[in-house]
Design a protein around this ligand. Structure first.
Ligand code: ADP
Ligand code: MG
Length: 247
C-alpha cells in the first residue's frame, strides 16, 4: 500500500484524553518507510501513548492515524492485520514463561499466519542467530538474563515479518552491562532498513541511529530535528533544559 512518496506512518492532529489527563494534544508526525525516529522527553510526556496509537493499543480521542495505508479508525480495517505489520517491544519483556525461547518465537507465526511448524522452527533459528542467542533455543525465559530475554522479545516481534518496529524504552529495565547487547541488535535492525520508532533515553543510540529526533513534553511534540541539530542547537527552551539535565 505504501510507496516512496507516502509515509508509512501518518499521525495527524491526534489527541488522547484519559479521564482527567490529556496524554496527547494535537500531535502530528509522519514517518517514512525505512526511517528511524527516536522519541525522547520527560516521564509522563506522552511518549508511550503516542507509540501505542500506532498499533491502536490506545484508541485516540481525535485526529487520525494511518499505517501502511490503513486508517486505524476505519471500522472496515482489520486491526489484527495491521498489528501483524507492526512489531512492538516493551520495557518489560513479556515473554510467555511456560514456553521455551523457540516456542515464544514460533507461536504467533504458526497461530496467526498458519506457518508450518518446521518452517517456523527454521525461521526462529535464523532470528535467534541474528540476536545472538541460538544456543538458548530450548530453554525457558526464566533461565535467561534480562538482556537475553529482551533479545528474544525482539526476535519474537520480528517473527511476524513486520514492516515497522516500535520500541518503548527497551533497555530501561536492564542492568547497565546488558544495555549494549540489546542496542547492538537494534542498530543491526536499523542498518537493514527497518522502519523504527523508538522511545529511549539512550542518547548514544539516538545520535547514531535516528534520522530524526522527536522531543515531547506535556502531550505535545515541541521539536523535531536531526540528531546534529537536536544535540548541538536545540531550539525549544524545554528541549534545552531537558538535555542539560540528562547529558
Ligand atoms: P511517557 O511514556 O512519556 O512517560 P505516557 O504516554 O505513559 O507518558 O503517559 C502520558 C500521560 O497519560 C501521563 O500523565 C499518564 O499518567 C497518563 N496515562 C497514560 N496511560 C494512562 C491510562 N491508561 N489511564 C490514565 N492515564 C494514563
Ligand atoms: Mg512511557
Amino acid at each position: 500500500m505504501s510507496n516512496d512518496n507516502n509515509p508509512i506512518i501518518r499521525i495527524s492532529d491526534v489527541s488522547k484524553r484519559f479521564d482527567h489527563v490529556t496524554a496527547l494534544s494535537h500531535v502530528s508526525l509522519d514517518v517514512a518507510s525505512g526511517e528511524k525516529v527516536v522519541i525522547i522527553g520527560p516521564s509522563g510526556s506522552g511518549k508511550s501513548t503516542l507509540l501505542r496509537t500506532i498499533n491502536r493499543l490506545e484508541d485516540i480521542s481525535a485526529g487520525k492515524v494511518v499505517v501502511d495505508g490503513f486508517d486505524l479508525d476505519d471500522p472496515a480495517v482489520d486491526i489484527n492485520k495491521v498489528r501483524m505489520e507492526v512489531g512492538m517491544v516493551f520495557q518489560s519483556f513479556n515473554l510467555f514463561p511456560h514456553k521455551t525461547v523457540l516456542q515464544n518465537i514460533t507461536l504467533a507465526p504458526i497461530k496467526l499466519k498458519g506457518m508450518a511448524q518446521a518452517d517456523a522452527d527454521a525461521m526462529a533459528g535464523t532470528l535467534l542467530e541474528k540476536v545472538g542467542i541460538l544456543e538458548k533455543a530450548n530453554v525457558f525465559p526464566a533461565k535467561l538474563s534480562g538482556g537475553q530475554q529482551q533479545r528474544v522479545a525482539i526476535a519474537r516481534a520480528l517473527a511476524m515479518s513486520p514492516k515497522i518496529m516500535l520500541f518503548d524504552e527497551p533497555t530501561s529495565a536492564l542492568d547497565p552491562e546488558m544495555i549494549g547487547e540489546v542496542l547492538d541488535v537494534m542498530v543491526k535492525l536499523a542498518r537493514e532498513g527497518m522502519t523504527m520508532v523508538c522511545v529511549t533515553h539512550e542518547m548514544g543510540f539516538a545520535r547514531e541511529v535516528a534520522d530524526r529526533i522527536v522531543f515531547m513534553d506535556e502531550g505535545q511534540i515541541l521539536e523535531i530535528a536531526t540528531p546534529a541539530e537536536f544535540f548541538v542547537s536545540p531550539k525549544h527552551p524545554r528541549t534545552q533544559k531537558f538535555l542539560e539535565q540528562i547529558l
